[in-house]
Design a protein around this ligand. Sequence first.
Ligand code: SF4
Length: 343
Amino acid sequence: MGCTALQRIAEKSTRIEKSPLVGIARMAAESPQLRERAEVEYFRLGARSTLNRESSGRMPFAWTINPYRGCEFGCQYCYARYTHEFMELWDSRDFERKIYAKSDAPELLRAELRQGRDKGLPISLGTATDPYQPAEKQFEITRRILKVFAEFEGLDLSITTKSVLILRDLELLKTLACRHRFGIHMTVTTLDERLARLLEPKAPAPAQRLEAVRKLDGAGIRVGVNVMPILPGLNDSPRMLEALAARAAQAGARGLFGSVLFLMPSAMKHFMPFLEKEFPHLAGRYHRLYARSAYLRGEYPEKVSKLMSELRVRYGLNAGRGEAWASAVKAQMTLPFGGRAFV
Ligand code: SF4
Protein backbone atom coordinates (compact mmCIF):
# COMPACT_ATOMS: atom_id res chain seq x y z
CA MET A 1 0.00 0.00 0.00
CA GLY A 2 1.32 3.47 -0.88
CA CYS A 3 2.36 6.02 1.69
CA THR A 4 -0.72 8.00 2.82
CA ALA A 5 -0.74 11.57 4.17
CA LEU A 6 -1.34 10.16 7.61
CA GLN A 7 1.53 7.76 7.33
CA ARG A 8 3.85 10.63 6.42
CA ILE A 9 2.67 12.54 9.49
CA ALA A 10 3.01 9.46 11.66
CA GLU A 11 6.55 8.79 10.47
CA LYS A 12 7.63 12.21 11.74
CA SER A 13 6.59 11.27 15.27
CA THR A 14 9.47 10.54 17.60
CA ARG A 15 7.40 7.93 19.35
CA ILE A 16 6.83 6.03 16.13
CA GLU A 17 10.51 6.17 15.22
CA LYS A 18 11.20 4.34 18.46
CA SER A 19 8.73 1.52 17.89
CA PRO A 20 6.81 0.23 14.86
CA LEU A 21 3.11 1.02 14.61
CA VAL A 22 0.92 -1.69 16.04
CA GLY A 23 -2.81 -2.35 16.42
CA ILE A 24 -5.17 0.54 15.74
CA ALA A 25 -2.26 2.91 14.99
CA ARG A 26 -1.11 0.64 12.18
CA MET A 27 -4.67 0.29 10.83
CA ALA A 28 -5.03 4.08 10.85
CA ALA A 29 -1.72 4.63 9.08
CA GLU A 30 -2.84 2.23 6.35
CA SER A 31 -6.28 3.85 6.00
CA PRO A 32 -7.05 4.99 2.46
CA GLN A 33 -7.80 8.68 2.31
CA LEU A 34 -11.35 9.40 1.14
CA ARG A 35 -11.56 13.13 0.68
CA GLU A 36 -9.94 16.33 1.80
CA ARG A 37 -11.94 19.49 2.46
CA ALA A 38 -10.41 22.65 3.85
CA GLU A 39 -8.63 21.45 6.99
CA VAL A 40 -10.57 18.22 7.37
CA GLU A 41 -9.39 14.93 5.92
CA TYR A 42 -11.46 11.78 5.80
CA PHE A 43 -10.08 8.26 5.90
CA ARG A 44 -11.60 4.83 5.69
CA LEU A 45 -10.86 2.66 8.72
CA GLY A 46 -11.45 -1.06 8.69
CA ALA A 47 -13.05 -2.40 11.86
CA ARG A 48 -12.88 -5.87 13.34
CA SER A 49 -16.24 -5.49 15.06
CA THR A 50 -18.92 -2.85 15.44
CA LEU A 51 -20.17 -3.70 18.93
CA ASN A 52 -17.57 -2.64 21.48
CA ARG A 53 -17.92 -3.97 25.00
CA GLU A 54 -18.27 -1.44 27.79
CA SER A 55 -16.21 -3.23 30.35
CA SER A 56 -16.24 -0.90 33.36
CA GLY A 57 -19.66 -2.16 34.46
CA ARG A 58 -20.47 1.37 35.66
CA MET A 59 -22.32 2.57 32.59
CA PRO A 60 -26.00 2.09 31.74
CA PHE A 61 -25.12 0.27 28.52
CA ALA A 62 -23.13 -2.84 27.77
CA TRP A 63 -22.18 -2.12 24.15
CA THR A 64 -21.10 0.99 22.32
CA ILE A 65 -21.00 1.81 18.63
CA ASN A 66 -19.04 4.69 17.14
CA PRO A 67 -19.33 4.89 13.36
CA TYR A 68 -16.50 7.46 13.21
CA ARG A 69 -13.18 8.06 14.93
CA GLY A 70 -12.63 11.75 15.56
CA CYS A 71 -15.33 14.42 15.56
CA GLU A 72 -15.47 17.54 13.46
CA PHE A 73 -17.65 19.40 15.98
CA GLY A 74 -14.43 20.05 17.89
CA CYS A 75 -15.82 20.78 21.35
CA GLN A 76 -13.07 22.33 23.46
CA TYR A 77 -13.75 20.03 26.42
CA CYS A 78 -14.14 16.80 24.45
CA TYR A 79 -12.89 13.91 26.55
CA ALA A 80 -12.58 11.63 23.50
CA ARG A 81 -9.49 13.30 22.05
CA TYR A 82 -7.51 10.52 23.70
CA THR A 83 -8.92 8.08 21.13
CA HIS A 84 -6.68 9.60 18.45
CA GLU A 85 -3.67 9.02 20.68
CA PHE A 86 -4.31 5.29 20.26
CA MET A 87 -3.47 5.95 16.61
CA GLU A 88 -0.23 7.71 17.52
CA LEU A 89 -1.77 11.09 16.61
CA TRP A 90 -0.55 13.38 19.38
CA ASP A 91 -1.74 16.80 18.18
CA SER A 92 -5.13 17.21 19.89
CA ARG A 93 -6.49 19.14 16.88
CA ASP A 94 -6.14 16.03 14.72
CA PHE A 95 -9.20 14.68 16.53
CA GLU A 96 -11.37 17.22 14.70
CA ARG A 97 -9.52 17.35 11.37
CA LYS A 98 -8.67 13.69 10.66
CA ILE A 99 -11.92 11.80 10.65
CA TYR A 100 -11.98 8.02 10.21
CA ALA A 101 -15.11 6.49 8.74
CA LYS A 102 -15.82 2.85 9.61
CA SER A 103 -17.65 2.18 6.40
CA ASP A 104 -18.06 -1.56 6.88
CA ALA A 105 -19.57 -1.12 10.38
CA PRO A 106 -23.21 -1.77 9.30
CA GLU A 107 -22.41 -5.13 7.67
CA LEU A 108 -20.32 -6.20 10.65
CA LEU A 109 -23.17 -5.18 12.98
CA ARG A 110 -25.69 -7.26 11.05
CA ALA A 111 -23.49 -10.33 11.42
CA GLU A 112 -22.94 -9.65 15.12
CA LEU A 113 -26.66 -9.21 15.83
CA ARG A 114 -27.49 -12.38 13.89
CA GLN A 115 -25.03 -14.23 16.08
CA GLY A 116 -26.73 -12.75 19.17
CA ARG A 117 -23.46 -11.19 20.30
CA ASP A 118 -25.33 -8.36 22.07
CA LYS A 119 -27.01 -10.90 24.42
CA GLY A 120 -30.00 -8.54 24.69
CA LEU A 121 -27.94 -5.97 26.61
CA PRO A 122 -28.23 -2.18 26.06
CA ILE A 123 -26.42 -0.71 23.07
CA SER A 124 -25.46 2.97 22.90
CA LEU A 125 -24.65 4.69 19.62
CA GLY A 126 -22.33 7.71 19.85
CA THR A 127 -20.39 7.51 23.11
CA ALA A 128 -16.97 8.67 21.94
CA THR A 129 -17.82 10.65 18.81
CA ASP A 130 -20.99 12.18 17.44
CA PRO A 131 -22.73 9.76 15.05
CA TYR A 132 -24.37 12.72 13.29
CA GLN A 133 -21.27 14.87 12.84
CA PRO A 134 -20.74 16.49 9.38
CA ALA A 135 -19.05 13.36 7.94
CA GLU A 136 -22.37 11.54 8.26
CA LYS A 137 -23.89 13.76 5.55
CA GLN A 138 -21.49 12.22 3.10
CA PHE A 139 -20.87 8.70 4.37
CA GLU A 140 -24.27 7.80 5.92
CA ILE A 141 -22.77 5.09 8.09
CA THR A 142 -25.05 5.92 11.03
CA ARG A 143 -28.07 5.79 8.73
CA ARG A 144 -26.99 2.36 7.45
CA ILE A 145 -26.53 1.18 11.03
CA LEU A 146 -30.08 2.28 11.88
CA LYS A 147 -31.34 0.34 8.86
CA VAL A 148 -29.62 -2.76 10.22
CA PHE A 149 -31.28 -2.21 13.62
CA ALA A 150 -34.63 -1.93 11.82
CA GLU A 151 -34.18 -5.53 10.60
CA PHE A 152 -34.32 -6.74 14.21
CA GLU A 153 -36.73 -6.49 17.16
CA GLY A 154 -36.55 -6.16 20.93
CA LEU A 155 -33.15 -4.50 21.27
CA ASP A 156 -32.32 -1.90 23.92
CA LEU A 157 -30.95 1.10 22.01
CA SER A 158 -29.99 4.71 22.62
CA ILE A 159 -28.35 7.45 20.54
CA THR A 160 -26.42 10.44 21.89
CA THR A 161 -25.85 13.47 19.66
CA LYS A 162 -25.63 17.26 19.44
CA SER A 163 -26.65 17.28 15.82
CA VAL A 164 -29.88 18.22 14.13
CA LEU A 165 -28.87 15.96 11.24
CA ILE A 166 -30.59 13.24 13.26
CA LEU A 167 -33.90 14.59 11.91
CA ARG A 168 -32.90 13.37 8.45
CA ASP A 169 -33.55 9.85 9.76
CA LEU A 170 -36.86 10.60 11.50
CA GLU A 171 -38.80 7.85 9.71
CA LEU A 172 -36.16 5.27 10.56
CA LEU A 173 -36.09 6.45 14.18
CA LYS A 174 -39.86 6.03 14.38
CA THR A 175 -39.48 2.46 13.16
CA LEU A 176 -36.83 1.80 15.80
CA ALA A 177 -39.09 3.26 18.50
CA CYS A 178 -41.78 0.73 17.49
CA ARG A 179 -39.46 -2.26 17.32
CA HIS A 180 -37.09 -1.67 20.19
CA ARG A 181 -36.74 -0.09 23.61
CA PHE A 182 -35.34 3.14 22.26
CA GLY A 183 -34.37 6.65 23.38
CA ILE A 184 -32.34 9.63 22.20
CA HIS A 185 -30.12 11.89 24.29
CA MET A 186 -29.69 15.39 22.85
CA THR A 187 -26.76 17.18 24.43
CA VAL A 188 -27.35 20.86 25.24
CA THR A 189 -24.79 22.40 27.57
CA THR A 190 -26.07 25.98 27.63
CA LEU A 191 -28.71 28.29 26.18
CA ASP A 192 -26.09 31.02 25.79
CA GLU A 193 -25.38 31.06 22.05
CA ARG A 194 -22.09 32.91 22.42
CA LEU A 195 -20.79 30.52 25.05
CA ALA A 196 -21.93 27.55 22.99
CA ARG A 197 -20.10 28.90 19.94
CA LEU A 198 -16.90 29.16 21.96
CA LEU A 199 -17.20 25.77 23.63
CA GLU A 200 -18.65 23.80 20.72
CA PRO A 201 -17.49 25.77 17.68
CA LYS A 202 -18.92 23.61 14.91
CA ALA A 203 -21.93 22.01 16.60
CA PRO A 204 -25.48 23.24 15.89
CA ALA A 205 -26.73 26.13 18.03
CA PRO A 206 -28.57 25.22 21.27
CA ALA A 207 -31.90 26.55 19.97
CA GLN A 208 -31.64 24.26 16.94
CA ARG A 209 -30.94 21.27 19.16
CA LEU A 210 -33.99 22.04 21.31
CA GLU A 211 -36.07 22.39 18.18
CA ALA A 212 -34.85 18.91 17.21
CA VAL A 213 -35.97 17.66 20.66
CA ARG A 214 -39.42 19.13 19.96
CA LYS A 215 -39.64 17.39 16.59
CA LEU A 216 -38.43 14.06 17.94
CA ASP A 217 -40.92 14.21 20.79
CA GLY A 218 -43.64 15.18 18.31
CA ALA A 219 -42.81 12.04 16.36
CA GLY A 220 -43.40 9.95 19.48
CA ILE A 221 -39.75 9.27 20.20
CA ARG A 222 -38.52 9.28 23.79
CA VAL A 223 -35.88 12.00 24.11
CA GLY A 224 -33.87 13.41 27.02
CA VAL A 225 -31.51 16.36 27.31
CA ASN A 226 -27.92 15.84 28.45
CA VAL A 227 -26.27 18.81 30.12
CA MET A 228 -22.79 17.41 29.71
CA PRO A 229 -20.39 18.58 30.70
CA ILE A 230 -21.22 21.07 33.43
CA LEU A 231 -18.15 23.33 33.58
CA PRO A 232 -17.29 25.19 36.79
CA GLY A 233 -17.86 28.93 36.40
CA LEU A 234 -19.08 28.64 32.79
CA ASN A 235 -22.46 26.93 32.52
CA ASP A 236 -23.06 25.86 36.11
CA SER A 237 -25.05 28.73 37.60
CA PRO A 238 -28.41 27.61 39.07
CA ARG A 239 -30.09 30.30 36.97
CA MET A 240 -28.58 28.98 33.71
CA LEU A 241 -29.33 25.37 34.53
CA GLU A 242 -32.88 26.13 35.56
CA ALA A 243 -33.51 28.06 32.33
CA LEU A 244 -32.16 25.10 30.38
CA ALA A 245 -34.34 22.63 32.30
CA ALA A 246 -37.40 24.78 31.61
CA ARG A 247 -36.64 24.96 27.87
CA ALA A 248 -35.98 21.22 27.72
CA ALA A 249 -39.33 20.52 29.36
CA GLN A 250 -41.10 22.93 27.00
CA ALA A 251 -39.51 21.16 24.05
CA GLY A 252 -40.91 17.84 25.20
CA ALA A 253 -37.85 16.24 26.77
CA ARG A 254 -38.72 13.54 29.27
CA GLY A 255 -35.38 13.32 31.03
CA LEU A 256 -32.59 15.66 32.11
CA PHE A 257 -29.10 14.33 32.78
CA GLY A 258 -25.99 16.17 33.86
CA SER A 259 -22.41 15.54 34.83
CA VAL A 260 -19.49 17.71 35.83
CA LEU A 261 -16.54 18.09 33.46
CA PHE A 262 -13.78 15.58 33.81
CA LEU A 263 -10.43 16.35 32.25
CA MET A 264 -8.13 13.55 31.29
CA PRO A 265 -4.59 14.61 30.28
CA SER A 266 -5.34 14.47 26.54
CA ALA A 267 -8.40 16.73 27.00
CA MET A 268 -6.58 18.97 29.45
CA LYS A 269 -3.81 19.81 26.98
CA HIS A 270 -6.43 21.09 24.53
CA PHE A 271 -8.89 22.66 26.99
CA MET A 272 -6.52 24.64 29.23
CA PRO A 273 -4.98 26.81 26.46
CA PHE A 274 -8.54 27.52 25.28
CA LEU A 275 -9.57 28.52 28.80
CA GLU A 276 -6.48 30.67 29.31
CA LYS A 277 -7.26 32.52 26.08
CA GLU A 278 -11.02 32.95 26.39
CA PHE A 279 -11.62 32.88 30.16
CA PRO A 280 -8.26 33.76 31.77
CA HIS A 281 -9.93 34.60 35.10
CA LEU A 282 -10.94 30.91 35.44
CA ALA A 283 -7.59 29.35 34.54
CA GLY A 284 -6.19 29.31 38.09
CA ARG A 285 -9.38 27.76 39.45
CA TYR A 286 -9.32 24.95 36.89
CA HIS A 287 -5.65 24.27 37.48
CA ARG A 288 -6.38 23.90 41.19
CA LEU A 289 -9.54 21.81 40.69
CA TYR A 290 -7.99 19.35 38.23
CA ALA A 291 -4.43 19.30 39.55
CA ARG A 292 -4.77 15.94 41.28
CA SER A 293 -7.46 14.10 39.37
CA ALA A 294 -9.40 14.18 36.13
CA TYR A 295 -12.60 13.82 38.19
CA LEU A 296 -13.93 16.28 40.72
CA ARG A 297 -15.11 14.85 44.00
CA GLY A 298 -16.71 16.29 47.10
CA GLU A 299 -18.85 19.34 47.63
CA TYR A 300 -18.98 20.77 44.12
CA PRO A 301 -20.22 17.69 42.19
CA GLU A 302 -22.57 16.86 45.06
CA LYS A 303 -24.10 20.35 44.85
CA VAL A 304 -24.51 20.02 41.08
CA SER A 305 -26.05 16.57 41.45
CA LYS A 306 -28.55 17.86 44.02
CA LEU A 307 -29.50 20.80 41.82
CA MET A 308 -30.06 18.54 38.80
CA SER A 309 -32.29 16.26 40.91
CA GLU A 310 -34.34 19.25 42.06
CA LEU A 311 -34.70 20.49 38.48
CA ARG A 312 -35.85 17.06 37.30
CA VAL A 313 -38.59 17.09 39.91
CA ARG A 314 -39.54 20.74 39.35
CA TYR A 315 -39.86 20.40 35.58
CA GLY A 316 -41.24 16.90 35.37
CA LEU A 317 -38.12 15.59 33.69
CA ASN A 318 -38.32 12.28 35.52
CA ALA A 319 -41.58 11.33 33.88
CA GLY A 320 -41.54 8.38 31.58
CA ARG A 321 -37.99 7.47 32.40
CA GLY A 322 -37.30 3.78 32.24
CA GLU A 323 -34.73 1.91 34.26
CA ALA A 324 -31.97 2.58 31.75
CA TRP A 325 -32.47 6.32 32.01
CA ALA A 326 -32.60 6.18 35.78
CA SER A 327 -29.30 4.37 35.87
CA ALA A 328 -27.91 6.81 33.30
CA VAL A 329 -28.33 9.63 35.79
CA LYS A 330 -26.45 7.69 38.42
CA ALA A 331 -23.68 6.65 36.09
CA GLN A 332 -23.19 10.06 34.56
CA MET A 333 -22.68 11.68 37.94
CA THR A 334 -19.60 9.52 38.43
CA LEU A 335 -18.61 9.37 34.79
CA PRO A 336 -15.73 7.10 34.07
CA PHE A 337 -15.73 7.49 30.30
CA GLY A 338 -12.20 6.18 29.97
CA GLY A 339 -10.88 3.21 28.12
CA ARG A 340 -10.82 1.79 24.65
CA ALA A 341 -14.13 0.05 25.11
CA PHE A 342 -15.94 3.22 24.10
CA VAL A 343 -14.21 3.55 20.76
S1 SF4 B 1 -19.81 16.42 19.70
FE1 SF4 B 1 -19.14 15.03 21.33
S2 SF4 B 1 -17.61 13.73 20.36
FE2 SF4 B 1 -17.89 15.50 19.03
S3 SF4 B 1 -16.28 16.92 19.67
FE3 SF4 B 1 -18.16 17.43 20.80
S4 SF4 B 1 -17.98 16.32 22.74
FE4 SF4 B 1 -16.52 15.41 21.30
